[in-house]
Design a protein around this ligand. Structure first.
Ligand SMILES: N[C@@H](CCC(=O)N[C@@H](CS)C(=O)NCC(=O)O)C(=O)O
Length: 127
């Protein structure tokens, strides 16, 4: 572990939707599980009144996954993976190869920042 402040409890809490079709949740869950990071898991079933009622207590963006590590609150799967990589994995969470290492952030960022098709068409029409 590269950083172990005394104020942080030993067992972080990962809040997820499910592991069947909530792939964002699964990514964070898999990283922690594959590297044997001890964590507790809280499932908030997607598209339910329970999710709507409780998610705001855990994630300001009202989405899963979210990770609570003591007072540290993290949301967004890539941010969670980056945090876990530094906090518990000493860099083993990402590939050693630089080009391979750029893949997760490139895929995740382009998924979030993708222009809607209409804007793309408008740009290509204008050259
Ligand atoms: N970019 C976010 C996406 C998170 C996301 O969209 N999660 C979905 C479930 S897979 C969610 O929480 N949906 C709840 C909602 O939209 O109300 C991440 O990587 O964590």
């Amino acid at each position: 572990m590269s950083q172990t402040p005394d104020s942080l409890p030993k067992t972080p809490l990962l809040i997820i939707g499910n592991k069947n079709y909530a792939s964002w949740s699964l990514r964070a869950w898999l990283l922690l599980r594959v590297f044997d990071v001890p964590f507790r898991e809280l499932k908030l079933p997607l598209d339910t009144p329970e999710f709507e009622a409780r998610i705001g207590n855990y994630a300001p963006n009202r989405r899963v996954p979210a990770l609570h590590d003591g007072d540290v609150r993290i949301w967004d799967s890539l941010a969670i993976c980056e945090y876990a990589n530094e906090r518990w994995l000493d860099g083993r969470g990402w590939p050693a190869d630089l080009a391979a290492r750029s893949r997760p952030s490139r895929r995740s960022a382009s998924g979030v920042s993708r222009s809607p098709p209409r804007a793309r068409r408008w740009r290509s029409e204008r050259g």
